[in-house]
Design a protein around this ligand. Sequence first.
Ligand code: PMV
Length: 350
Amino acid sequence: MLENKKQNPTSLGEWDWEKIPVQTDSLVGRAFAPTNIALAKYWGKRDLSLNLPQNSSLSVTLARIGSFTTVEFNKNFVEDSIYVDGQLQKRTGSFLKKAKVVLDLLRQRSNISWYSQIQTKNNFPTGAGLASSASGLAALTLAASHALKCDISKEELSGIARQGSGSASRSLFGGFVQWDRGEKSDGTDSTAHSLASEGHWPLRVYVVVVEEKDKINPSTDAMELTRKTSPYFSAWVEYAERNVSVIREQILARDFLKLAISAEENCFKMHASAQAATPPLLYWTPQTVEIIHKVWRLREKGYRLFFTIDAGPNVVIFTDDLRHEDIKKELGEVKIIESKVGEGAQILEP
Ligand code: PMV
């Protein structure tokens, strides 16, 4: 028996990511999770299999940009499968591999061993240069835990999402989020938590899409290459952990101008450690550098904005300046995805 598609009651969109009706004898969970952008970045793992970071990190959750996911467990399924935008993904695909880590942890917790069928969709264009692993794995973790009726706190869920993709640990929460590196070797203290809610500081976010291609290197490989070959890696790790406290205080005090300097410095230091790897990891294009200069030029003129850049060429700009049109004009003929500080992941009830 198949269940008819329902309207999504949260106004986030229709149930249009579900191309295959779920079965009435399935355990089903649906969730939305937003993506996030780190101001104090995570770059380097202290444990590869548990996905434990060398340093803590801080991020901003982006409003309404993310992944819608349905997870359906059924005793008759013979394997786990994932459909992205209605397209069945390869068994060997990296998303399915990461998803299985999360699914296995939740199956263990719930004592339900059924396989699952996952249907997911991002509401940002594929190739927008935004990482979908953070929102995708966070939505999957929340939806699957709901389907299996696991009674788990959000912090603990973030530790499970972390094992699928590090940055996914932060997407469960809204606003400003801290992911602690943790000290324990089993990783149970390496979870994210809310630092301040989305109402704390209504910053505007512009994702300047420089290139629409997927990133050249999967982040795990790139982090490992940096750890193993970059002479600047240890300096980065030592700096990064200290810098989290600095950035945390600036966020809590809403000190925009100090945060502007610290967040850009953090971004440069992360990229410098990666650029010093052998072979070098250079994510920037000439246009990336051009946007950096435009941001600095605007700041010299008294506009309040700063940027950060993840493992790709796109530049993410934060501003509390109300002169939005001037800023966009100065950035020139570029594709911009606009957002603001948003809520965390949520369950979508049919
Ligand atoms: O969690 P991953 O594997 O998507 O790695 C994220 C790495 C950065 O985006 C560059 C930094 C961060 O903290 O999000």
